[in-house]
Design a protein around this ligand. Structure first.
Ligand SMILES: Nc1nc2c(ncn2[C@@H]2O[C@H](COP(=O)(O)OP(=O)(O)OP(=O)(O)O)[C@@H](O)[C@H]2O)c(=O)[nH]1
Ligand SMILES: [Mg+2]
Length: 335
């Protein structure tokens, strides 16, 4: 009996994965809920699902794009404009809106605002909100696996999050292209560029270009503060201007996002970087669960990353194998 229920389970996961790949909304919602479910009984199914969707290469076709910036800069408005342009170009879009866990909004505000700007009947766009669940400063662990699911279903996966501290860095270690949006007249982005904190963006956008001279000045100050190349290499960070309310600069931004993706593909950087991000996710989770001490006991961050990158990618199974290694060394840890 146990055998037959196991095979039922894996058949269901097969079907779920196939439904996700066909972009079926019910399958997508179910798959994302499964990843959100931390019960032990769901873990094995999550592992199987991500295994099926990522395959051996961890290179689904989608372009994963991170949009970040200070509160109120226009991320949602600009995101809605981008969606309209992508749809006009025949591309499908999955959106993951990661909200700060605000006790007031219950963490659903950001995604809802974006949704408000979009056509609810369009089957080529899919939204999911996720609260960051008290991971102060950082993105919650579910974001990466959820992106993998979305990447199997859509041409573009856009993650929107308020850029504060660690979260900006986390998003840049998940997305192929990180886009930081700056506010006209605000020195924040320029300060962080100068301090070397803002080495993350591949594209800098000054939104609210309709504010005129102030926006133009901010754009040229940002351009002046940039080092010429992104530390990834092979890419000069451009500063673009947009106005979400007037719809200006949107098509240029979409072109620029695509140009960055093509640069990654041409330089064969995409797969390697995604493997690096997956390793970063695994190390981060181990760190969360077992602390720096646990990571050290496995040989330290660099050694774990190297080991993971040399293996065939298999997100949860690689993570579980490392967890088990720690549990074997310390019988008090539940494997
Ligand atoms: N003038 C002008 N206002 C804009 C533009 N884009 C957005 N806004 C306004 O800025 C305010 C915030 O816009 P949102 O799109 O909600 O900004 P956000 O960055 O998503 O905000 P949070 O999710 O709260 O961090 C709204 O009142 C928008 O109407 C723009 O291009 N020009
Ligand atoms: Mg928003």
């Amino acid at each position: 009996m146990i055998l037959s229920s196991q095979s039922d389970d894996s058949r269901q996961v097969d079907e779920l994965a196939a439904g996700v790949q066909r972009g079926e909304r019910r399958a997508l919602a179910e798959a994302l809920n499964l990843l959100d479910d931390r019960r032990d009984s769901s873990r094995a199914r999550s592992a199987e699902l991500v295994h099926l969707l990522q395959g051996d290469t961890l290179a689904p076709g989608a372009h994963m794009i991170g949009m970040t910036g200070p509160p109120g800069v226009g991320k949602s408005s600009l995101g809605a404009c981008l969606i309209t342009e992508w749809r006009r170009r025949g591309l499908t879009v999955g959106v993951l809106a990661v909200d700060p866990s605000s006790p007031l909004s219950g963490g659903a505000l950001l995604g809802d605002r974006l949704r408000l700007h979009s056509n609810p009947d369009d089957r080529g766009v899919f939204f999911r909100s996720l609260s960051s669940r008290g991971h102060y400063g950082g993105l919650s662990a579910e974001v990466w696996p959820m992106c993998q699911v979305m990447a199997s279903a859509f041409d573009i996966v856009m993650i929107e999050t308020v850029g504060v501290g660690q979260r900006e860095i986390d998003i840049s270690r998940m997305c192929d292209t990180t886009c930081v949006i700056a506010q006209p007249g605000s020195g924040d982005s320029i300060q962080s560029l100068k301090a070397g904190i803002l080495e993350v963006p591949h594209i800098l956008v000054v939104n609210k270009a309709d504010m005129g001279a102030m926006a133009t000045r901010t754009a040229s100050e940002l351009a002046g503060a940039l080092t010429s190349e992104h530390p990834d290499g092979a890419w000069r960070v451009p500063v673009l201007s947009t106005s979400a309310t007037q719809g200006s600069g949107i098509s240029e931004l979409v072109d620029c996002l695509e140009a960055h993706f093509q640069t990654l593909l041409q330089n064969k950087l995409l797969k390697h970087r995604r493997r690096g991000y997956q390793a970063y996710w695994i190390v981060n989770r181990l760190q969360e669960e077992f602390g720096a001490h646990g990571v050290e006991r496995l040989g330290g961050e660099a050694a774990i990353v190297e080991q993971i990158q040399s293996e065939i990618p298999d997100l949860y199974r690689q993570y579980d194998a490392l967890r088990r290694q720690l549990a074997d060394r310390s019988p008090t840890i539940k494997s």
